[in-house]
Design a protein around this ligand. Sequence first.
Ligand SMILES: Cc1cc2nc3c(=O)[nH]c(=O)nc-3n(C[C@H](O)[C@H](O)[C@H](O)COP(=O)(O)O)c2cc1C
Length: 330
Amino acid sequence: MKLNTNYLGLALDNPLVIGASPYCDSTYIAQQLQDSGAAAIVMRSLFEEQIDAEQRALVHHVEGSADSNAEALSYFPSYSEYQLTPDHYLRQLDQLKKAVSIPVIASLNGCRPGGWTDYARRFEIAGADAVELNLYQLVTDPTVPGDQVEADMLETVRSVAAAVRIPISVKLSPFHTSPVHFCAALENAGAAGVVLFNRFYQPDFNLEDLEVFPQLKLSDPTELLLRLRWLAIVSPHLRGSISATGGVHSTEDIIKALLAGAHTVQLVSVVLKNGPRFVATLLAGLKNWLVDHGYDSVEQLRGTMNLCRCPDPAAFERANYIKILQSWKV
Ligand SMILES: Cc1cc2nc3c(=O)[nH]c(=O)nc-3n(C[C@H](O)[C@H](O)[C@H](O)COP(=O)(O)O)c2cc1C
């Protein structure tokens, strides 16, 4: 059974990638994940704000300048609250490269062009096999139009792509007006692949003290459905790679993502819930399913349910929405 897949030009033994998370903070756990069959690992992100803060601190130190942006920045974690400082991140990347033989993907998180994108080059020098650029953004400024947001994102991708020779993937949110067009534009800007989709950690209201509080809830498999639809719609149009993140919890979820066109699936919540060894269970399940259903390889299965190849493409489109609403009778 050939489980291998090509992701961002990297030859992976199978499609199971550990998504960006605290797992790579420990080389010991990274080794456990590799031993359990993970084909690649993504480090947690280094954030634009974190790099900017370091660079500002340096300028402050050298020039003694006042921080004009201090109020806006006070909402972000203080420098010491980030788990890995930029220097520590590069050292951890170096350690991981020595500890495991599977590809290590470093993650940069930000969306506006700026000096912080230079870190992609430092990741490359420290041995990263690829960079995952997470464009997570929440636009709350009413004066900023959507096309400006996407133009900034594309410029950011161009500057990261120009800084490195290793491949870059772009992790996106689902809230783009025309996702297929935007993914193609990301490829033209230098991305070797896209990762669909970021999860949004929705804050809740506390009714007693009328405060908004952030919360981190792990995903559940219902979140995969949004990914499946867009994987199926986007994948036929891309030259590069596509990875699914969000709601992959079982062997069946992995198979669905592959059928929709993913080259890899990223696992985080499922591993946080069940432990690193669960990767081996998922991998064995994938192998068994492919054998039982007469497939010789992952490649043979991949994309066979995408928008161009599935028997009922309308199921992904507006027609399905209308049909579903009409089907409910009282
Ligand atoms: C504790 C935790 C930390 C995470 N840190 C990052 C991060 O630093 N960068 C990033 O791009 N995604 C991060 N993520 C998001 C995951 O990579 C992933 O996209 C998301 O959890 C959805 O996948 P899942 O359903 O398998 O959990 C984090 C998720 C969790 C649960």
